[in-house]
Design a protein around this ligand. Structure first.
Ligand code: CA
Length: 233
């Protein structure tokens, strides 16, 4: 009994948040381990080998980024970072250091569970959104990877090569935020001064072609100052 549960480690010094997260996760069938400091977190990590780590960036004994570095030196375990709204730069550098995702405080039950499911999915290298014949399907959006064709509600959408490459890339990381830097590296190979602007212009065109009005977050959300996320539901 209980041996097939996912084991999740929460590293968070704020007891209210830690117990909120623990309660939600346990109620949803996860086994939860907790630590209040990085040092303790590393020990629990080493002895229990959890399937996922939920990490607060502001911990008393060590920088959360240093913790990510130490974990990444030994493991590819999914890491979800908890951060305050004001810590945009920290979120980006945590993601670029190898964290899989972030949640901004304050957050709700559904958001936490959606992020955990997506992160565990990345860890398992499976994609629930990919159909048996290799197509991506979410709501009425369909991407046919073999033909490099996109359709919405069965109607073809005409994207440029670059627009298609961006959309396909995001779809391959569904549910997970991708930073501007990560997208730019994949699409153009390198980063220069105009890269983010170029990406934003392409994204605006993609949204327009998919039939999204400004502020309409169907399919892809814009994570301000961080990057983009393809929605999986
Ligand atoms: Ca804290």
């Amino acid at each position: 009994m209980g041996n097939n549960k996912y084991k999740l480690l929460i590293v968070e010094d704020d007891r209210n948040i830690a117990s909120f997260v623990q309660t939600i996760l346990e109620a949803n069938g996860y086994q939860v381990l907790t630590a209040e400091r990085c040092g303790q977190g590393m020990m629990v990590f080493a002895s229990h080998n959890p399937d996922l780590v939920v990490l607060d960036l502001g911990l008393p004994d060590m920088d959360g980024e240093e913790f990510i570095r130490q974990i990444r030196a030994v493991s590819t375990v999914p890491i979800i970072v908890l951060s305050a709204r004001s810590e945009e730069r920290d979120k980006v550098s945590a993601l670029d250091l190898g964290a899989n995702d972030y949640i901004t405080k304050p957050f709700g039950t559904e958001e936490l569970l959606a992020r955990v499911r997506a992160a565990l999915r990345v860890g398992r290298h499976t994609m629930q959104t990919t159909t048996l014949d290799g197509r991506f399907q979410v709501a009425d959006l369909c991407i046919d990877y073999d033909r490099r064709q996109v359709s919405v509600g069965g109607k073809p959408v005409h994207l440029t090569q670059t627009e298609y490459n961006i959309l396909a890339l995001l779809s391959q990381h569904t549910g997970k935020v991708m930073t501007y830097t990560a997208i730019i590296r994949e699409i153009w190979g390198c980063m220069d001064n105009g890269s983010i602007k170029k990406l934003q212009v392409n994204m605006a065109n993609i949204r327009k072609k998919l039939g999204c009005r400004p502020g309409d977050n169907r399919y892809v959300t814009n994570e301000l100052g961080v990057g983009y996320r393809m929605l999986d539901e």
